[in-house]
Design a protein around this ligand. Structure first.
Ligand SMILES: NC(=O)c1ccc[n+]([C@@H]2O[C@H](COP(=O)([O-])OP(=O)(O)OC[C@H]3O[C@@H](n4cnc5c(N)ncnc54)[C@H](OP(=O)(O)O)[C@@H]3O)[C@@H](O)[C@H]2O)c1
Length: 290
């Protein structure tokens, strides 16, 4: 239970809202009466979800934008379109993420887990940061994971060319640790503004999370579903961090079950957070936030 802040006339942008946690989050945004822009990679799925959300008759508009977040070129186009079409951003939720059992490189040269789970968060946020500043008080919420506790950053091998990929787990854990480091450094950079930045672990949630993988992996995921929470429950902390009065002013935090929790020691290393920021900025052609 929380007190919802007044979302009338506000703009919320959420990635990965065609299924799972993001889709449930989107329903809350519509109920709250805000304007919702959701990002999907499939035109068909995105249109279907937008139509369903429009039937809820929320007070705000609901629009879909198509983007393959694994690709930097697509993220740049998305940010340009967003700016031209909507011109205001009160809440940015970086949520789309995945694990891939097989290591593959995008045609832009990034390992795809890193491309989707870290690069897209970093690029979309920095490209739209000026809008968040203009719309402040505004919020950035990043879906991370408890898996960040098993992660480390392979500074000389971010794309895991040399280290074993471990069926995607090493890359996934690295990317989720990067989500928390990114959150903490951006909160530090934003400390004099009214932009807050937080990370969320949604719990272990029954979603389409393992769908990109082979039959045995999907079967393993399916068999564990009785132990997982529903997507409605899984979206709760994201909703709380994005829409509640209680989260107002909280920044640089890692939330689990709508409460602030200590992340892993590795995620608290501000030197590493700054280093990751510098590397990401230098690898991608992005505006500088200082
Ligand atoms: N489920 C869990 O137990 C769990 C636990 C901890 C953290 N998380 C995190 O929660 C977040 C949401 O995951 P979920 O569990 O809700 O999984 P999900 O049901 O698979 O949803 C993932 C969403 O991301 C979108 N997406 C995937 N690749 C994309 C791409 N290249 N471009 C654009 N969108 C893309 C998917 O779109 P499509 O519909 O096109 O596939 C979908 O909307 C992720 O960041 C994940 O790491 C999940």
């Amino acid at each position: 239970m929380f007190t919802q802040r007044n979302m009338s006339g506000k703009f919320v942008l959420v990635t990965g809202a065609t299924r799972g946690i993001g889709r449930r989050f989107a329903e809350h945004v519509v109920n709250a009466g805000a304007n919702l822009v959701l990002v999907g990679r499939s035109e068909e799925r995105t249109t279907r979800v937008v139509s369903r959300l429009l039937k809820m008759n929320g007070a705000g508009m609901v629009c879909g934008e198509i983007c393959d977040l694994m690709l930097q070129s697509d993220v740049h186009d998305l940010a340009d379109r967003y700016r031209n079409r909507y011109g205001r951003l009160d809440v940015l939720v970086n949520n789309a993420g995945a694990i891939f059992k097989q290591r593959k490189i995008t045609h832009e040269g990034y390992e795809r887990t890193w491309a989707l789970n870290h690069n897209a968060y970093f690029a979309l946020t920095t490209l739209l940061y000026d809008l968040l500043l203009q719309s402040a008080p505004s919020r950035i919420v990043n879906t991370a994971s408890v898996s960040h506790r098993m992660g480390r950053i392979y500074w000389d091998d971010l794309q895991l060319r040399k280290h074993r990929y471990l069926w995607g787990w090493r890359s996934y854990a690295q990317s989720k640790l990067a989500n928390v480091l990114f959150t903490r450094h951006l909160a530090h950079l934003s400390r004099k503004s009214q932009v807050t930045v937080n990370a969320v672990h949604p719990g272990w949630v029954r979603t389409g999370f393992s769908k990109n993988n082979d039959f045995l992996t999907r079967l393993g995921w399916f068999l564990s579903t009785p132990m997982q929470r529903s997507d409605v429950k899984g979206a709760e902390t994201l909703v709380w961090a994005s829409l509640s009065e209680e989260a107002e002013g909280l920044t640089g935090q890692y939330f689990v079950n709508c409460k602030s929790r200590e992340p892993a020691n590795r995620a608290k290393h501000m030197g590493d957070a700054a280093r990751l920021w510098e590397i990401s900025e230098s690898l991608m052609d992005l505006p500088i936030i200082s």
